[in-house]
Design a binder for this molecule. Sequence first.
Ligand code: ADP
Ligand code: ZN
Length: 728
Amino acid sequence: MYNHAMLTPESILKSTFGYDTFKPLQREIINNVTARRDTLVIMPTGGGKSLTYQVPALMFEGLTIVVSPLIALMKDQVEQLHALGVSAVFLNSSLSPAEYQANMDSVKSGQTKLLYVAPETLLTPRLFSLLSGLRVDLFAIDEAHCISEWGHDFRPEYRQLVDVRKRFPSAVCMALTATATPRVRADIVSTLGFTHKNEFLASFNRENLFIEVAAKRDPVAQTLKFLENFKDQSGIIYCFSRKQVDELAATLARYKFSVRPYHAGLEDSERRRNQEAFIRDDAQIIVATIAFGMGINKPNVRFVIHFDLPKSVESYYQEIGRAGRDGLPSHCLLLYSYGDASKLRYFIDQKEEPERSASYQHLEAMTRYAEGSVCRRKPLLSYFGETYSQENCGTCDNCGAEPNAQADITIPAQKFLSCVKRSGERFGAAHIVDILLGSKNEKIEKYKHHELSTYGIGKELTKSQWMHISRQMVERGLVEQEPAYRVLSVTAAGLEMLKSRKQVLGQVNEAQRGERSGARLKSTSSAEELEYDNLLFAQLRNKRKEIADAAGVPPYVIFSDKTLVQMATYFPQTKDGLMNMSGMGKVKYERYGTDFLTVIKEYCKENRVEEKYKAPMREKDDAGRRYAAVGEAYNAGESIESLMARYSVTADTILNHLARFIMAGNPLRSAEDLIALSTLTPDQQQKVFSAFDELGSDMLKPIHEKMNATINYDELKILRLCYLCEKR
Ligand code: ADP
Ligand code: ZN
């Protein structure tokens, strides 16, 4: 069936998968695997991991075994491969004895290129005897973080894969994961006996996600407003509690949204039904607790809303990562209130040590993120040990925010804080504001607050302006709000501010944040993707749904949204035109091409639309790939200065590119040019190198602390590069 001599990764990419170019690192990984080097792949969700073993699987003569812990994902992958015309089967406990045997037979006959198995299945004697008579060329371990006890999802059966792998000494081994923590990574490498040279770490920046945090005021109204712009689009709304899930789902249903709840309190069968409805585009919105999402491969999730505060940055990143796997622009909105943080703190208080301290730290990092005013990508990526060096990402609320929205609010802040203090730290914001405004009411009389020196000193602002000041005081941690009665008290930081009379920047008037989520999102991806014909798209989607339902598979197995968007942009009316669409492989064209061409032709005739020319894709030298160009130029002998000039960027940016280059598994020529950039004495440099030896080089913060904060991060970055250079 396959003529191996003629198969190149590019030809398989185009003819089987219908794609023109590889995503970052895919090509490098495939090269490494086909050179039969054991390879670790770390890519975020949506990075395109599957393709990195599927392409080699089609190039190798023998069988590829893919180990995956999730039954639902196996089924999904196999269905997608079938739609591409690739012969693949899975073996796990969900199959009937007859299906199981049929799949075994297909493997035995040598027809099957890819076999998906659960680890426990792989450990059975039955499978051993089946595989012992076969040529196995590739052994791919998906969700490889399950091998590590440090991961969030440790599975003991995964440890035993080490022995299984030894039974196939001539097979090359791959481990793939979206978990980037250095500890887990190191654990995988040492458990499987890989070398660091064969580690491929992709950037965890998801460029197509618009990231926004909005102050949570009236969350239901904010959600409804947000949804206005996502008519007929799929999305997930995460809530903290089951009760909240049920309430919100009911509310949205009242507003005629197509919505289903999902949480651990529902019957298994109902949960499965709801998830299935979402996957098959029968329900557009799923309101869920965090229990939802594992094992979901749906690529066209257009938004993720966090109705409540997530408990850690890591889980937040994972949850927003479920949006936009297909690479199309998608929107992530977090509704944040200080009250939510207090609520979580209350839950954490009930826990035992050491879990309690750890949870506090996670929450602390999460609130810092939510309250932050720098580009959202900076703290998110630095959490994964990655430096984001672009000035303005253009796709987060902070980068899009008006730069001069900040005003000097020192005086109102001081008035507010001293009023909280003088009234005895026993009242909520509304009462404090009443005192400041000099209001006359019963409560004021009762507590004799008209006798306070702060009574009536705030008449220059309105009530709503004062309430906004109050929220900002809480958000900055100058004032603390006790959750039960919302009583305010001044924190140590607040007292410090009062004493030092330090300037406070903020807003007097409530900005229209959160409402902005209503605005059509701006996207970094090419305009083509947004200016498609909505009517045609809807018709194509109906056609897709019809075919998918008849075949009993999710619609994305037939075509991704991206493929349909391209059809609704270029109106292709011939075979060649249609084959030029992303995701249109040969087999897919043969199976579904005519159906879709018919829809497009009819539509064009009725509406007098003509086919548009689609230029063949070319390699982009955008920021996503520039690191490779920089790394190669450096290795070819170009100096740092010359690279700075060529790309008009700072030395820091070049260093970041080189760091990515080296972390992506490429060697770098000598460190001489680099060490020349350091201003430290050789003695100091040696100390830093020893610190790297001791603490690893993934994170700079521990090194910074180890050196008692005497060496700045720019220096550390330079030295890390030199260190990595030498080590290789
Ligand atoms: P991961 O497993 O890393 O989350 P997937 O393998 O599911 O990612 O890929 C995510 C999406 O990107 C899929 O819809 C896949 O078809 C698509 N994809 C993968 N590689 C490419 C490519 N080179 N060009 C275009 N789309 C791609
Ligand atoms: Zn940004």
